[in-house]
Design a protein around this ligand. Structure first.
Ligand SMILES: [Zn+2]
Length: 993
């Protein structure tokens, strides 16, 4: 059963990875013999390469058949909703294809609605989201208790869990934090835990732990192993980092978890038991899903909307069995504890009154230099004050325990980068031990209190209670608010350049790992060890580091953001190196050929040489000296792919043939270098490519002898609207139509789909299977609030008014139209944005929708948030759907009782709106914030530039904006008429779809 499940998950995983890479197909340019290339490749040896390629293709196809058979055998288990958004797009479905024969091909079908005790969307519908002052517990109420509930046989069992929250990058870089603080924390940890076996400590971030471990002696290694074995030290979650859960992709979350778990297994023979997520800004069910599959039994979460916390606390439902949205039988449940109060710091973890709890943070004793904001500072525990101090603290514990079903109580004891000094360890542990001794000795208090690890708490709870006594819950905890109308939806979009870079690296890394594995499986042992393996391992580590909740979220200081980006560029280059080496290993002529593991045999189609580069396209130089170039395409997906590939060439006079010498129909289009100027040095060459699953294939690009296009090469038709300036022509495009007036026009490539544009050049309608649907595209902007008010920053989105302003409404910009047999595109250059729409003549998935490219640059704005909005006549009402980390879809509802910023959600991979007849989906190549502010509308934030800090500790605004290329695909689907109508109740009730 376990094996079957693993296969099902693997199958789903592959589909999603492919969707991610829709835009990331790795294209390799094979240079003719380079002078420094160790392996001499003469032109006549291409025949060998081609036969090798043909054999490889055959092998890959066989491999694909085996994979399909395996997936068929594995079967997606009953009630498991395929994770990809339902679609009749067979190219996209990949491994699910085997099932499509048996499942009805209905793109809107609904499965049985799972029933849970607490469904988060239902809870949102009934919550008032009022914010009354609760007294000392501001966001709660005045907790009362009856002392008689505790007695000799029913003591309050308290576990005080010391912890230190270490961000692998935030105000300082990962390395700076390590050398200045984290190293000391871990050094002191081994010393101070070893002094007293009653002391406990938990650690979460394996990235830091590894750095420290590598510096330690064998004696320290042994001591750490003993502390773990004896239960004094627990590694919680065991991920490389404590990842963001909103915009991170599930494959990246899994990679960072795997990196951490592998490290723990290899070095400590340790498997984590409990998860610990105290700082991610909102929580996704993807994480409990992955943790459960990774063998964990419990999870703790903290940053949840204060109104949700209050409601769950009122009903003693802060502990629950967190299920996936599709789960009908509880097989995905993970037991979860939600912390009840505002923060994970000590003032907010001992009980409801921070003024009291702060007095029990002994790092705030006078000699450490910290104080309590509530004006009452801690006092060291003495014989004279212990009775009064112990009772005061116990009162907080007792009040806190009233929010839970059991008499086992969890009290975290820590904060950011705590326990750095030996004296701090002594202050906390010694004072608490005195309190514990006093409380335990005074039997009439009916309390049993001790230091514990997180699993000590969960074990004690599980020991006495049946998990069936706790409610089931489904859904997520977005969008997070910590107080008032301060919703943390700004970070869904902050630093979009780096969010895009995250996905580029994700795709590259996965592609490289697959090809390296294939090359290794074919006997190229060098790839599994030494330098290449090290490069891939480093790439995984740097990408995993960026999944940290101040990394991909865009909430670190400017210099730390640069550090992350530099690490990712290094990772990208390492990944690319492994990829091109693997291609060389697969294509080498014989086993005897030696390959220089440091050599660059191939250049990639797109590279990033610098941490601010939005991606540099390789230009294929063709001419008399280089009449022929060969291009190798690699498909990292497990199924055959057909797509339109565009290469940049130095001359328009080229032709394309496949590896058998057959001509391939192609289109040459100009490259725009300004609103009304064409490049004479670069041209786009586009043609349809077919690449087998996990396969490689070759296309040959040849320069023509004469500046004349043969019959299978088409020069695009170019029209420029709204200008009377004559364009200077470039070779290949002597006739460019100039239309001084704007006018409406349409483009189409395939009979099923066309797109119409208004006079402004903005999309106006999509025509799908002969029915026209209005889809008006526009750009809008939000500003920030006036002086004296809380303003938007890296975390918070606090718009100046509920509705944004529509911008670029005049019809004055120049509109460029390019049409041809392979693709058609519309390009307009606006202030802050270069906006392009493209349709491809492709039978592959790229032919199914309208592609949108937004090159965004808002560096010349101030306190400005730019969004793209689509208006349609889809009767979506207040409902819309977003993905959860690319793993599944979740229903959203726009609530007028909530402000604009609360109705924004993370879009990691896609979002859609639908009614009875149609569905509009936006697939995104980079995570961003999304909302549906009116029926029929989807709005996607593109970038934000904010001059001020938003008081969450970062201490700066977001002003390091970079030119960013956003990619989207817009798909409009009609509902199939022969599908069984899903009952109206189910279609509005299912929280997943
Ligand atoms: Zn943090």
């Amino acid at each position: 059963m376990k094996t079957r499940k693993t296969f099902a998950i693997l199958g789903a995983g592959l589909i999603l990875a492919c969707c991610v890479m829709t835009y990331l197909m790795m294209d390799l340019t094979f240079f003719p013999p380079g002078q420094d290339a160790k392996l001499s490749v003469h032109n006549n040896e291409w025949l060998h390469f081609e036969s090798r390629l043909a054999k490889l293709e055959k092998d890959f196809n066989k491999h694909h058949e085996v994979m399909s058979a395996l997936q068929e055998a594995a079967k997606v288990k009953q009630n498991f909703v395929p994770i990809v958004r339902s679609s009749d797009n067979r190219e996209q479905l990949g491994p699910i294809e085997a099932h499509s024969e048996k499942l009805p091909k209905c793109n809107f079908s609904i499965n049985r609605i799972p029933e849970v005790d607490i469904q988060m969307l239902d809870l949102y519908r009934i919550l008032d989201f009022d914010n009354p002052d609760g007294g000392v517990w501001k966001q709660g109420w005045n907790i009362k208790y009856n002392e008689e509930q505790w007695h000799r046989n029913r003591k309050l069992n308290v576990f005080v869990v010391p912890h230190s929250h270490n961000d692998p990058g935030w105000l300082n870089t990962y390395e700076k934090y390590y050398t200045s603080q984290t190293r000391n924390i871990l050094n002191n940890m081994v010393t101070k835990l070893a002094e007293d076996s009653r002391r406990k400590f938990i650690w979460a971030e394996v990235s830091f732990f590894k750095l420290w471990w590598d510096e330690q002696s064998k004696a320290t290694h042994d001591l750490v192993r003993r502390l773990i074995h004896d239960g004094q030290l627990e590694i919680v979650s065991g991920g490389w980092v404590m990842p963001d859960e909103s915009v991170s992709h599930w494959t990246a979350q899994l990679t960072q978890l795997t990196e951490g778990h592998q490290w723990l297994k290899y070095n400590l023979d340790y498997v984590p038991n409990s998860g610990w997520a105290i700082d991610p800004f909102g929580l996704s069910p993807t994480m409990p899903y992955l943790l459960k599959e990774a063998g964990l039994n419990n999870l703790l979460i903290q940053r949840v909307h204060y109104s949700v916390k209050k409601r769950l606390a009122k009903e003693k439902n802060l502990e629950f069995r967190w299920r996936q949205l599709w789960d009908n039988d509880g097989s995905t449940e993970l037991f979860t504890h939600m912390m009840p109060f505002y923060s994970y710091d000590i003032p907010h973890t001992c009980g409801p009154d921070p003024k009291v709890c702060c007095q029990f943070d002994f790092y705030r004793l006078p000699n450490f230099g910290l104080t309590c904001p509530w004006k009452v500072n801690p006092r060291a525990i003495t014989k004279a004050n212990i009775a009064e101090r112990a009772i005061l603290l116990l009162d907080q514990y007792r009040k806190k325990s009233q929010l839970f079903k059991t008499n086992v109580l969890l009290v975290p004891l820590g904060d950011d980068f705590r326990y750095t000094h030996v004296t701090e360890w002594d202050a906390q542990y010694n004072n608490y031990q005195k309190l514990f001794d006093y409380l335990n000795q005074n039997q009439q208090l009916n309390v049993q209190i001790q230091f514990g690890t997180l699993s000590d708490y969960f074990d004690a709870l599980r020991d006495k209670h049946n998990l069936a006594d706790f409610p089931t819950l489904s859904g997520d905890f977005f969008t997070y608010s910590d107080r008032d109308d301060h919703y943390w939806s700004g970070y869904y979009t902050s630093r979009p350049f780096h969010k895009r870079l995250d996905r580029v690296l994700l795709g590259s890394l996965r592609a490289s790992e697959i090809l390296t594995t294939i090359a290794w499986a074919k006997g190229n042992d060098q790839l599994a060890e030494g330098n290449i393996a090290l490069r891939l391992s480093n790439a995984r580590m740097w990408h995993s580091l960026f999944q940290h909740h101040d990394g991909v979220t865009g909430t670190a200081r400017d210099n730390v953001v640069i550090d992350y980006a530099q690490k990712m560029i290094q990772a990208l280059n390492n990944s690319a190196h492994a990829l091109q080496q693997s291609v060389m290993h697969l294509l080498k002529l014989s086993q005897e050929s030696t390959i220089d593991l440091e050599a660059h045999y191939f250049s990639l189609d797109e590279t990033r040489s610098h941490h601010t580069s939005p991606g540099e396209k390789h230009v294929l130089i063709l001419g008399d000296e280089n009449p022929v170039r060969k291009v190798i395409l690699y498909n990292p997906c497990p199924r055959q792919r057909r797509k339109v590939q565009t290469l940049i060439v130095s001359t328009p006079f080229v032709k394309v043939t496949d590896h058998t010498g057959q001509p391939v129909r192609s289109q040459i289009s100009p490259v725009w270098v300004g609103p009304a100027a064409l490049s004479a040095a670069r041209y786009e060459l586009s043609f349809l490519v077919v690449v087998p699953g996990f396969g490689l294939t070759t296309y040959i690009i040849q320069a023509l002898h004469k500046p004349v296009f043969p019959s299978d090469v088409y020069a695009a038709n170019v029209t420029v609207f709204n200008t009377d300036i004559p364009l200077s022509t470039v070779p290949g495009f002597p006739h460019i139509q100039i239309q001084p007036l704007t006018q409406e026009f349409s483009i189409f490539q395939r009979a099923e789909l066309s797109a119409s544009f208004g006079k402004s050049g903005f999309l106006k309608a999509l025509r799908v299977e002969n029915i026209t649907f209005p889809v008006h595209l526009e750009f809008v902007k939000y500003g920030t609030r006036g002086s004296g008010k809380d303003k938007s920053g890296a975390y918070l989105f606090l718009p100046n008014k509920p509705d944004p302003d529509v911008i670029f409404t005049d019809n004055k910009h120049i509109v460029h139209l390019v049409t041809g047999p392979i693709l058609s595109k519309v390009f307009i250059e606006l202030p802050y944005i270069r906006h392009t729409c493209i349709l491809y003549n492709s039978p592959g998935s790229d032919g199914f929708g309208l592609h949108i490219q937004n090159e965004v640059d808002i560096t010349e704005t101030q306190n400005y948030e730019l969004a793209m909005r689509l208006n349609t006549d889809i009767m979506s009402g207040d409902q819309f759907f977003t993905d959860l980390n690319g793993l599944g879809m979740i229903r959203r509802q726009r609530f007028p009782k909530l402000p604009t910023q609360a109705n924004y959600y993370p879009m990691a991979a896609n979002a859609y709106i639908e009614d009875k007849h149609k569905r509009l989906t936006v697939i995104t190549a980079q995570p961003l914030g999304v909302a549906s502010m009116a029926s029929g509308q989807i709005e996607i934030m593109q970038d934000r530039r904010l001059l001020q800090d938003d008081n969450r500790g970062l201490g700066q605004g977001v002003t390091d904006n970079l030119v960013t290329n956003h990619l989207f695909m817009l798909m409009l689907e009609k509902k199939r008429l022969n599908c069984p109508a899903s009952s109206s109740s189910s279609s509005t009730a299912h929280p997943a779809a």
